[in-house]
Design a protein around this ligand. Sequence first.
Ligand code: ADP
Length: 234
Amino acid sequence: MLEAIGVSRRYGWRWALKDLNLSVSPGETLALLGKNGSGKTTLLKTLAGLLKPTQGAVRLSGQPISREAKGRIGLLSHEPMLYEGLTVRENLEYFARLFDVEREEMLTRVDLLAGTLEIEERLDEPVRVLSQGFRQRAAFMRTLLHTPEVVLLDEPFSGLDTNAVQRLESVIDLMRDLREYIVVFTTHDLSKAFEMAERIAVLAGGRLVYEEDVENSSEEDVSAAFDEYAGGSA
Ligand code: ADP
């Protein structure tokens, strides 16, 4: 289980997250919605252990996010974290070494992910020549290469064409068939949230203002939560 317990985070004098409590279980996908500046990216980075909460704590399986626990987490952020001058395959080999993934395992994993993402023919091209859609596919491979238990995806589908979106969705489906992942993704797309997640949470001004299972929720409820808290600050 991944938990945020009373998490607050401040940048200078400004609170980006305020007293946030959240837990996500293995096998569960949570969609995180909220306007720009509501704290979504800060929350994902905090859950990933990249940012320390100013107050409160993040725990994975009851433990603080240690160096070792970071190896159990995959984060896809706005920065693709790929080396432009290296090919996709070289990038993956580099990250595999960083995460101590054995070569055999890496090769099997690359085959599986590249096949599902339909990126096989681009693996030996440098990242800098790739379209946005193929960069995102490569970034997905990097995120999932070390078989993390926790997958945190910041706006994974934004700015992509339909084909790339479909490939990314099928890799998420594939992962969910392989293992009980904890998945948290942020999105602006309400229908995508309902299509992919079991639970929806809405952030406004750094606070969690709505949280509900998809089966007990509707797009109208979520929109109402958005409108009610529009412009609210932490
Ligand atoms: P979202 O992902 O929902 O757009 P963010 O987490 O990026 O929201 O930002 C939440 C708030 O924190 C915003 O007010 C933003 O301006 C502020 N913020 C984010 N990153 C920084 C930073 N590195 N330094 C200062 N303020 C930041």
